[in-house]
Design a protein around this ligand. Structure first.
Ligand SMILES: NC(=O)c1ccc[n+]([C@@H]2O[C@H](COP(=O)([O-])OP(=O)(O)OC[C@H]3O[C@@H](n4cnc5c(N)ncnc54)[C@H](OP(=O)(O)O)[C@@H]3O)[C@@H](O)[C@H]2O)c1
Length: 359
């Protein structure tokens, strides 16, 4: 049942950020599923309340399975713990505590104080992964960083640093769109904009509450005024991080709808802080190699995906996936944990979490 609560919670992907994904299943005293709920976004009824409404009187003496600790504070909605208590629930099963300091542990305590049995820990890893962006937001006070690169078997990301190259298959690219759908922002370096002229939009086809925000790191303001990201900045939010003083170009970009963050784009902590101020809970970093290397060097990758196309490019012209300063010893190399491998058509996806990463 906890897995069912997690599956219900996942329906909120793309809708609930910066709030958590929450699902709830109510099982009656005689073991029947009598209510289900999913939290769909800010200001809308919470999963527990929806499930309790469906269950009605059948909830009395029953068990509530939730994907995350129910909240006990008066936020935009009344406490869910009180709704569970009022409905006569006897037992609450939750995989993890809420990382939000306003809620953490207090929801479980409120339930226990009301004589409800509380079981915590079942499917904790799955639940932590499901809400990894929300957890990072509260525990690290910055957006979750997922870095994704498409590359050949020999680690090349294009045929040349000024050559736009499509490496992934349609199936691989569909998977990348699904990643974009999960995130609040997408980030690239100036050279990628100059070379690829990407649109950087969520074309997954799934509903999202807020548009995917584009972020470009561009200290020398090399983004062309006729780049797709500039021409479409009025319909798709676009942030340009730059310490440039070229007032004239900046003015033209602002007129096109670009939002400027005046900061050194090389200071990635400052970049992430600027995104946090805009309530962007997660960012998908899509390259190129200098930006990927900079995030690696700074230890700011929470999750890494390599979409490997089964080809070998060879030669000395084709850039590698990561530049930057690089590791000075094997101990300094980024080592992945918790690795999953999937196939998407001919492409091989490797996703993992850098070892220092703790959810
Ligand atoms: N296969 C893939 O998944 C993939 C994805 C994206 C791109 N690409 C390819 O990658 C190539 C471009 O990669 P690239 O390494 O040349 O360029 P890049 O990483 O896209 O951009 C690098 C530029 O961004 C600016 N920048 C600003 N802040 C930075 C920071 N914190 N760290 C690093 N750079 C920062 C710098 O220019 P300023 O000094 O002017 O600010 C730097 O020269 C292209 O061939 C593109 O097609 C492949």
């Amino acid at each position: 049942m906890t897995r069912r609560a997690l599956a219900l919670a996942s329906k909120g992907v793309g809708l609930v950020s910066p709030n958590p994904l929450v699902g709830c299943v109510i099982v009656s005293a005689n073991g029947e599923v009598v209510g289900e709920g999913t939290y769909l976004y800010d200001g809308v009824t919470h999963a527990e309340v929806l499930a309790l409404e469906q269950a009605g009187e059948h909830a009395r003496g029953g068990t509530a399975y939730v994907s995350l600790e129910p909240h006990s504070h008066h936020g935009k909605t009344p406490p869910c713990t009180q709704a569970l208590i009022n409905a006569g629930i006897k037992r609450v099963v939750a995989p993890i505590e809420d990382p939000n300091p306003l809620v953490s542990g207090k929801g479980f305590q409120a339930l226990r104080d009301a004589g409800i049995e509380v079981s915590v820990g079942l499917c904790a890893d799955e639940a932590s992964k499901l809400n990894e962006k929300f957890i990072c937001w509260h525990k690290k006070s910055r957006p979750f960083v997922h870095l994704k690169m498409a590359m050949s078997l020999d680690g090349r990301i294009s045929m040349g640093s000024s050559v736009s190259t499509v490496l992934s298959s349609d199936a691989g690219m569909k998977r990348v769109q699904a990643f974009r759908h999960e995130h609040d922002a997408i980030l690239v370096g100036a050279n990628t904009v100059v070379v690829d002229d990407p649109s950087l939009t969520d074309r997954s086809g799934f509903d999202r509450r807020r548009k995917l925000v584009r972020v470009i790191l561009d200290n020398r303001l090399r983004t062309p005024l006729d780049a797709t990201v500039v021409k479409t900045a009025n319909e798709t939010p676009t942030i340009l991080v730059s310490n440039s003083t070229d007032q004239e170009k900046m003015k033209s970009m602002i007129e096109s709808g670009v939002d400027f963050v005046s900061a050194d784009a090389r200071d990635l902590s400052a970049v992430l802080q600027a995104l946090r101020e805009r309530e962007l809970q997660s960012v998908l970093v899509e390259g190129g190699s200098s930006v990927a290397g900079a995030f690696r060097d700074a230890g700011l990758i929470d999750k890494l995906t390599l979409m490997i196309s089964p080809r070998i490019v060879g030669g000395t012209e084709a850039p590698l996936a990561f530049t930057g300063n690089g590791a000075k010893s094997i101990e300094e190399a980024t080592t992945l944990d918790d690795i999953s491998i999937q196939r998407h058509g001919p492409d091989i996806e490797i996703t993992g979490y850098p070892k220092s990463f703790a959810r």
